[in-house]
Design a protein around this ligand. Structure first.
Ligand SMILES: [Zn+2]
Length: 450
């Protein structure tokens, strides 16, 4: 899985709330995540700056990073504001009443309520998404036509209605069924849903992008990848290696591993394979393999499970307080906090509480993610040792390509990195790679003896 753009809690809360609300399987690279850029990168002059950009790109990267950071924070706050507004304007209560008049059956009322709710949430975030896409095109990263982009939005909305509305209905039912301990029931249901979403993710990706067997398009690269797969024991046969036609949409670079069990696969973007040297693709592949070999997915699931237990418990308390405080004004119906929350509109209060928790916990989940990403970097560099001539050079070159392709700021503010970055900055990753040589003086690696 692209741990790159997954945040631990964010991702988990996503399944609950957002399997639906955001794009279910990330139709395209949501957050530019470092992977690789172009050939003409000047040699690093300063030993502390293994990642550098030519002056024109540097100016662009700084400007673009600022916009991205603002958009990211504004998007989170706007998402919260929309939920609050739905409650405060009594639109949620009104929608519940309307759905009740359209259908007689409760579950149909619920499906209708959540479907309209998801459409509203999607439309509300559209202007920011549109602006993000506009900026991405203006800076030459996205090459997708507006028709294609709106088509993707529509598909994402369709999926969100298909999957998200029933999931929300299920959770709403749990609240109604166990008004006191619903958070425990919701927690129990979330865990298998998380695993299922990782399993199903790759099966949904072809809705957004075209895939071809990598063996057909890049046979030489496949041979090389198999060497890394053998050394790392990842057991991914060539039939599970795919080329994604990312070039139809973006100039960004990426490669990732996704799925679980029988859906596990390696995907290399066609903007990466063939455009950067195979050795560097191997490094990216080795990094992704590290996530698998080091069991990052089960570990993150375990941490998420533990974290969500407390998050759900705390959110239940906070939502009950909100319902007592504002329930009458918001026309939630019901008496005390718990029963008000079991209405459809009351469920929106819970979604607000969980979204708020997700926003506040983003730094914590990102810190954990950065830890795992760094481990995967170490693993990746060790895994290509003996396969490429100079792992340090290969890794540094790959990070430079990645940073340049996505126009990553070489010197992001530490606060922004702390709050928003699911990966260490490209600069930190490149600096580390440049100096990481465990085999010097007869030593051995952290994960490989030779
Ligand atoms: Zn990673």
């Amino acid at each position: 899985m692209t741990l790159t753009r997954r945040r631990l809690l964010g991702f988990c809360l996503a399944v609950l709330f957002a399997i639906a609300i955001s794009h279910p399987c990330g139709g395209q690279a949501a957050a530019p995540q470092p992977a690789l850029a172009q050939a003409a990168v000047p040699a690093p002059a300063n030993p502390q700056q293994a990642y550098t950009l030519p002056p024109d790109k540097l100016a662009k990267a700084i400007a673009l990073s600022r916009i991205r950071n603002i958009l990211s924070i504004a998007g989170s706050i706007w998402g919260l504001a929309v939920l609050w507004l739905l409650l405060a304007t009594r639109a949620a209560a009104g929608l519940e009443g309307w759905a009740g008049r359209v259908f007689r059956r409760r579950w149909l009322q619920g499906l209708l309520f959540f479907a309209v709710f998801l459409v509203i949430i999607t439309l509300a975030s559209l202007p920011l998404d549109w602006f993000g896409q506009h900026v991405s095109r203006a800076y030459g990263i996205s090459v997708q036509s507006w028709g294609g982009w709106f088509g993707d939005q529509a598909k994402a909305l369709g999926l969100s209605l298909l999957i998200g509305a029933p999931v929300l209905l299920l959770f709403n039912w749990i609240v109604r069924r166990w008004p006191r301990r619903y958070w425990l029931g919701a927690w129990v249901v979330t865990l298998p849903l998380l695993v299922l979403s990782i399993f199903v993710g790759p099966l949904l990706e072809p809705i957004f992008n075209k895939f071809e067997p990598l063996e057909k398009t890049n046979p030489a690269l496949v041979q090389q990848l198999e060497k890394v797969a053998a050394r790392t024991g990842t057991n991914i046969p060539p039939s599970r290696m795919f080329l994604m036609k990312a070039s139809l949409k973006t100039n960004g670079l990426n490669a990732y591993v996704s799925g679980i069990g029988s859906t596990k696969r390696i995907v290399v973007w066609d903007t990466t394979a063939g455009r950067i040297p195979d050795d560097e693709v191997l490094f990216v592949f080795a990094h992704e393999s590290g996530h698998y070999v080091l069991n990052h997915i089960p570990k993150m699931l375990a941490i998420a499970a533990l974290g969500l237990f407390f998050v759900y418990w705390a959110c239940a308390g906070f939502a009950a307080w909100l319902a007592r405080r504002f329930g009458t004004r918001w026309r939630l119906g019901g008496g005390d906090g718990a029963s008000a929350l079991s209405s459809r509109a009351g469920f929106v209060v819970l979604l607000f509480a969980i979204s708020l928790a997700g926003f506040l916990l983003e730094p914590a989940s990102n810190a954990m993610s950065r830890h795992f990403e760094h481990q995967a970097d170490v693993y990746g560099q060790e895994a290509i040792h003996g396969i490429v001539p100079d792992p340090q050079k290969t890794a540094v070159a790959a990070f430079n390509k990645l940073g340049e392709a996505w126009l990553e700021d070489p010197n992001p503010s530490p606060f922004i990195e702390f709050w928003l970055f699911s990966h260490p900055s490209v600069q930190q990753r490149a600096n580390f790679a440049e100096h990481y040589d465990p085999w010097a003086n007869g030593g051995h690696g952290e994960f490989f003896d030779k």
